[in-house]
Design a protein around this ligand. Structure first.
Ligand code: SF4
Length: 240
């Protein structure tokens, strides 16, 4: 994929969803940090269900630290690996209180020094809480980048480095969420919805179209801002 095509790819994703964001519910960088730590190998939906109860009761490092591991576990026990996550979150709260005055740090080094926070989580926080042009390559972004030819790579770090190099500057901050949403709702792992994909002519995936498709929306209803590709195609057919 060349740079002109990369521009076109993001311009189409932006047209569909001008203000993409995470599906995790949060109201502060600290709440986002906790939600992202909880979301490892768990769905955003399951995390939102847990934090809906947790955050009204405790949404600062001091308050969550006061809950202790046992108290925090009661709120998050529906989420996979909750024991380890509870331990990491309590240790993270302690460190935030001791070294960062209870605030979420804005540097990669300081974020990655927090228990339970790796490169991916640090990238999400830098991007979503602080507006930095970072890209946290998860399973969806890895798949979309490889299938389309946008930024092919053998591992997540390779893909991240290629994306940072090749995503046009004007799309750099939102690229993370556009690619995740595209992978989650359209370019799905098992049945990519190529027939209704706005990127089909740009995509280099050799199995596109020939895969089984199903009629689903491009994005969840609340992120729809324009007619989907399928709607536009149907309207064009009617007119002709
Ligand atoms: S055409 Fe198919 S494989 Fe390519 S990005 Fe769209 S859904 Fe994914």
């Amino acid at each position: 994929m060349n740079q002109l095509q990369r521009h076109e790819l993001f311009s189409r994703l932006r047209a569909l969803n001008p203000k993409p964001t995470t599906e995790l519910k949060y109201s502060s960088p600290f709440e986002l940090l906790i939600a992202v730590i909880l979301s490892a190998q768990a769905t955003d939906k399951s995390v939102n269900l847990a934090t809906r109860q947790l955050f009204p009761a405790a949404n600062t490092p001091a308050k969550i630290y006061d809950l202790g591991i046992a108290g925090l576990s009661k709120y998050i026990q529906t989420i996979g690996l909750y024991n380890t996550k509870a331990k990491n979150i309590i240790a993270t709260c302690k460190l935030l209180l001791e070294q960062h005055a209870g605030k979420v740090p804005r540097t990669r080094e300081a974020l990655e020094a927090l228990p339970g926070v790796g490169r991916k989580t640090a990238n999400v926080i830098l991007n979503t809480a602080f507006g930095e042009p970072t890209i946290a390559v998860d399973t969806h972004i890895f798949r979309v980048s490889n299938r389309t030819g946008l930024a092919p790579g053998k591992n997540v770090l390779q893909v991240e480095q290629k994306l940072l190099k090749h995503v046009p500057a004007e799309y750099a901050v939102d690229a993370h969420h556009w690619l995740i949403l595209h992978g989650r709702y359209v370019c799905k792992a098992r049945n990519p919805n190529c027939v209704h994909c706005v990127l089909i002519d740009l995509c280099e995936y050799k199995h596109k179209i020939s895969t089984k498709t199903e009629d689903v929306s491009l994005f969840p209803p609340n992120t729809h801002t324009k007619k989907s590709n399928s709607q536009t195609l149907k309207a064009k057919k009617k007119r002709s």
